[in-house]
Design a protein around this ligand. Sequence first.
Ligand SMILES: [Zn+2]
Length: 229
Amino acid sequence: MKNHRFRRIFAIITLILIGGTIITGTVLQGQAEAPRITIAVDAGHGGTDGGAVAKDGTPEKDLNLSIAILLREELEKRGAEVILTRTADDDTDGSAEGFFKKKDLERRAEIGGREGIDLFLSIHCNASTSTADKGFQVWYGMQNQEGERLAESICGRVDEAKICTRIRAVKQVPEGLYLFRTLTIPNLLIECGFLTNRQDLELLKSTDFQKSLCNAICDGIFDYYSGIK
Ligand SMILES: [Zn+2]
């Protein structure tokens, strides 16, 4: 009789312990899991539209594409789904002949407006008439104010990584820019550095810098989405 009761108590304790382990395991697993997000990454310019050009002839479009591809790699590694607006040195206007800027921007906006996309990131490099202007800057679109928090989150991580010559203040994109005026999901214009500044150009051309920058951008994105998803 006594033996029977002891066995029953033992069985109950074992069940509680197993149950506890399963629950704790699930909770911990839940914490470690990255939020499921879908991101459109837009490499600015492409094809006949080279964007800004550095003194040494480096076109902005090439740097944008290389950074966008690395960013996709890093985001996918962390479990995000990524759509690139272009994967080669081509524009996105859908026309085999000539280049139509308006069509090109409309196509990018159409991709950003697809169902299920959480965030639109447009990758660019800056240029200035002053060679002293330098640094990393994030702009957010006017239709979705969440962009501002995301931009701050990204800038915080890029600042922490200490890889850029300067972190410029987060700002709202000027109203004239079609793409950022059109998109209603959070959307950011990321200016990775100035092609017209010697230090920035050296960094922008370095694969190590591009990788570190993409890591820090991803950190900022996941910091933000872990808090809300
Ligand atoms: Zn550009």
